[in-house]
Structures are given as structure tokens and as C-alpha cells.
Write a protein that binds this ligand. Structure first.
Ligand code: KIV
Ligand code: ZN
Length: 474
């Protein structure tokens, strides 16, 4: 039997961008939207067009450029907002207007200063107006989880009658518990007339660390769209993390027998792209995409991993796009290896651009021996900004110097990826790596596992990049 399909609605560019330090300019938003497209999300909420000219332009540019996913623009429940959102979405292949209005008594009394009756009428009117412009209309009763349930049902029924095609149930302040949130979705399904004609959506904030659990509980009770963000960024403690939602369903189909269209191998690149753009690093222990997510340090774990990775890994790094552990980038690496790593980090380059990156990479690698993803991303940023005049990396750019541009290379070394790696080279594997130690040699002490890179790869002593350098015309 086919598994129900869950629509992944990415709001990194709207709710995510509202988190402190995560604002992005139009170019950066477009770049991220293109990566979200590669990731396979179904809906990209590209911004809140009335909020600023920059937001308007970002929605407009993304709508004109990214053609596969639905592009949504947010609007408060008033005609000015709805019109502006629609204007920004004009060029979209598949536009959606997302209207929201708070429904909890706290918000009605203190924020909006309107009665429940006024709220009901305003929601109905705004959705009717949006529907007159666009076939795809989503409505969100903000602070739904603190709204009187009977009133919430009344509002949801009214907006469905007015033409909403998706009804989103935000846990705006991250207050709900999983059973409670699931129960709310169930109640709506039982009590609201017309609910079976629309998609129910979850939108959970992470104030109590329950955003993912609440979203999954909502799905179990019939929600078929999940709103989430890359790296879980968003207002305050953030939103439900996209990568965690997707991988929970993929790793535990026995509990969550649902499908998404997400290409999980693009999760790491998406996470890195966002971190690079916002310069907000991913916390090391972040599930799925943190740098420790596949690192094993404890002796017992290392022993288990050597015997069989299944002992301590519930998914493979490859399944979420964590770069090939053997591909350690150093000064002997070739353009092919560099191009592949850039691609894994979400950047595809033409030959000329790659030449420039390669030229700078070699200079850097000469100084810091092992080039980490963070270093490479810095370098890519410089080249993309057209900042190629420097053409060199000064000593003040590297680790240990005040105002350093490039962070120090990994201090702790995680675990070798697989027993075969520890045992030696495997003819099926890439042999681009260089040694990890400062003198360019792999260090192996008796009784110790060989040195590894961030993602657990064992560096090889036999690098063979000359051949590919030749092919790439070095
Ligand atoms: O958290 C929230 O309530 C929102 C709405 C605008 C959907 O972000
Ligand atoms: Zn939100």
C-alpha cells in the first residue's frame, strides 16, 4: 500500500529569517531557494512581501527563478498585505498566498484589540479576497494551540468555506505537548465541516524543544503538510528542523509510514549553505547535520563501529550527504576532488570559477595542511563576491592570528567510518586524500586507530592527484 505523502513546506526564508542574526539579502535568499529546490521541498515560503522592499524583491526573484516548488508569500489578514503578496508572486509558476491572523484570546485582547466576532469576520474576508486572486490559499490561526478549541474550529470552518486550501495550525509559542498537539489535529478533523477537502498543516516552534515531536504527532493524527526550517532556525528557539522531520520518517517507517519528496543526500549541503550565508554555525551536536552527528569518540563506541557501524549508527552519513570521509582536502588534492567537495557543499562551478577557487585553495592548503569545509566555504564566498584580487592568503588569515579569517583545523578527530577503512585502502574508494599530520604523513601509533578527518575518514598516505591534475590541465 502507498504511504501517505507529506508535503514539506520550508519556511527558512520567512520564519527562519526572523531569527536573530539570520537575515539574508536578496541574492543570498535566491541562492538558498535554489538549494531548497535541489533538496526537493514542496513549498518554499519565500518571504513576507509587505514587510520590506527587500522581502518583496526576494519573493519576486525567487518566484521568477525557482519554478518547480510552490512559492508562498505571507500576508496578514488585510487586503493591503494580500495584494502586496500577490503582486510579488505574479511571476510564480505555482503561487500560494499564506494569510494569518491570531485567534487566541491573549492575542485578540492585548495585541489586536478585537473581539472574537471581528476576528472571525476578518479571517473570512481576507481568505475570500486572497481566493479571488489565487487558487492556492493557506490560512494560519496564529497561536492556535492557546486558542479556545471551539472558537478555533469555528474559524477554521469559516476559512475553508471562504476558499482556503490548506489550514495550518501553529504552535506559535512552542507551548504544546506532543499528545496535546496530536489531539488538537484530531479534534479539528472530527469537528470541522469541510476539513477533509483541505490539507492540514503543522507549524511548531521549539521553545520547549518539542517542535519536531509535535509535528510528528500532528502527522500521526492526519496532518499532511509540515512547516519546518533548515537547521531548525526561526523565531526564538526556532522551528521544527526539516532534516530531523525527514530523517525521522525515513529511519523509522515502522512508526512514521509516510513519504516525502526530499532528496536526503542534499540535507548536509542545505545545512551548510544556510550556515555559510548567515554565518550562524550549526551546533556540533545538531542531529543529522552537526559535525559530531557521525563522530564516535568513546572507546566502546569505536570498538563497536570497527566491528560493525550498525552498532552505533542508525543511518549512514552518505544518506544525508555528509561528504565522503576519505576525501581529505590538502595541497595535493586535485580539481576533481575540490569540485566534488564544492558540490557536496551546495556549489557548482564552471571551469573558470573553479580554477580561481583551486588557485586560492592550494595557497591555503600549503599553510594549514588540511582544508576543512568551513575554510573552503570562506574561500568560495570570497570568490563569489568577486574578491579575487587578494589572490593569496596572508598569515593573518589563518588559525591563531588575531582577527583570523580561517578557523583552526579540527582539533578533535572523530572516528574512522568503517572497518575496511581502518584496515587499509579499498580499491573501490577514492584515493584523493593526503595525510593528516603536519608533515604530510599519516600518523598511526600501535594500538591506536589511524588519524581521521572531521567525518571520520582515514586519510591515505598514497595520494594520487597528479593524474587528475593532468586531466584537469593544471
Ligand atoms: O508561528 C506562527 O504562528 C507563524 C505564523 C505566521 C504561521 O509563523
Ligand atoms: Zn512561526
Amino acid at each position: 500500500m502507498d504511504r501517505p505523502r507529506i508535503t514539506i513546506f520550508d519556511t527558512t526564508l520567512r520564519d527562519g529569517e526572523q531569527s536573530p542574526g539570520c537575515s539574508m539579502n536578496v541574492r543570498e535568499k535566491l541562492h538558498l531557494a535554489q538549494q531548497l529546490d535541489r533538496l526537493g521541498v514542496d513549498v518554499i515560503e519565500a518571504g513576507f512581501p509587505i514587510a520590506s522592499d527587500g522581502d518583496f524583491e526576494a519573493v519576486q526573484r525567487i518566484a521568477a527563478t525557482v519554478r518547480r516548488p510552490i512559492i508562498a508569500g505571507l500576508a496578514r489578514a488585510c487586503s493591503g498585505d494580500v495584494d502586496r503578496a500577490w503582486q510579488a508572486l505574479q511571476g510564480a509558476a505555482r503561487p500560494r498566498i499564506h494569510v494569518f491572523l491570531a485567534t487566541s484570546d491573549i492575542h485578540l485582547k492585548y495585541k489586536l484589540r478585537i473581539t472574537r466576532e471581528q476576528c472571525l469576520e476578518q479571517a473570512r474576508e481576507a481568505v475570500r479576497h486572497a481566493k479571488s486572486l489565487c487558487a492556492d490559499v493557506e490560512f494560519s490561526p496564529e497561536d492556535a494551540t492557546r486558542t479556545d478549541v471551539a472558537f478555533l474550529c469555528q474559524v477554521v470552518e469559516a476559512v475553508i468555506a471562504a476558499g482556503a486550501t490548506t489550514v495550518n495550525i501553529p504552535d506559535t509559542v512552542g507551548y504544546s505537548m506532543p499528545e496535546e498537539y496530536g489531539q488538537l489535529i484530531r479534534t479539528l478533523r472530527e469537528k470541522v465541516a469541510g476539513i477533509d477537502k483541505v490539507t492540514i498543516s503543522t507549524h511548531c516552534h521549539n521553545d520547549l524543544g518539542l517542535a519536531v515531536a509535535n509535528s510528528l504527532a500532528g502527522v500521526q493524527q492526519g496532518a499532511r503538510q509540515v512547516e519546518c526550517t533548515i537547521n531548525g532556525i526561526g523565531e526564538r528557539a526556532g522551528n521544527a528542523s526539516l532534516e530531523e522531520i525527514v530523517m525521522a520518517m525515513r529511519v523509522r517507517p515502522d512508526r512514521y509510514p509516510y513519504e516525502t519528496a526530499v532528496a536526503s543526500e542534499q540535507l548536509y549541503a542545505s545545512s551548510q549553505t544556510l550556515a555559510e550565508i548567515t554565518r550562524v554555525p550549526v551546533q556540533p551536536n545538531k542531529a543529522i547535520t552537526g559535525r559530531n552527528a557521525f563522530a564516535h569518540e568513546a572507546g566502546i563506541h569505536q570498538d563497536g563501529m570497527l566491528k560493525n557501524p550498525l552498532t552505533y549508527e542508525i543511518m549512514t552519513p552518505q544518506s544525508v550527504g555528509v561528504p565522503d570521509s576519505r576525501l581529505v582536502l590538502g595541497k595535493h588534492s586535485g580539481r576533481h576532488a575540490l569540485a566534488l567537495r564544492c558540490e557536496q557543499l551546495g556549489h557548482q562551478f564552471e571551469r573558470r570559477e573553479l580554477d580561481e577557487i583551486y588557485r586560492r585553495f592550494v595557497v591555503l592548503a600549503d599553510r594549514i595542511k588540511k582544508v576543512q569545509d568551513s575554510h573552503l566555504l570562506e574561500l568560495i564566498q570570497d570568490v563569489m563576491r568577486g574578491d579575487v584580487s587578494k589572490g593569496h592568503v596572508s598569515s593573518s588569515d589563518v588559525a591563531g592570528s588575531p582577527g583570523k579569517k580561517f578557523p583552526p583545523a579540527a582539533a578533535t578527530l572523530p572516528f574512522p567510518r568503517a572497518a575496511s577503512a581502518a584496515a587499509g585502502s579499498n580499491s573501490n574508494e577514492l584515493h584523493f586524500a593526503q595525510a593528516a599530520s603536519s608533515d604530510g604523513q599519516a600518523e598511526t601509533r600501535p594500538g591506536c586507530p589511524p588519524p581521521t578527518n572531521w567525518f571520520g575518514g582515514v586519510p591515505f598516505t598514497d595520494h594520487h592527484s597528479e593524474q587528475e591534475d593532468y586531466l584537469w590541465g593544471v
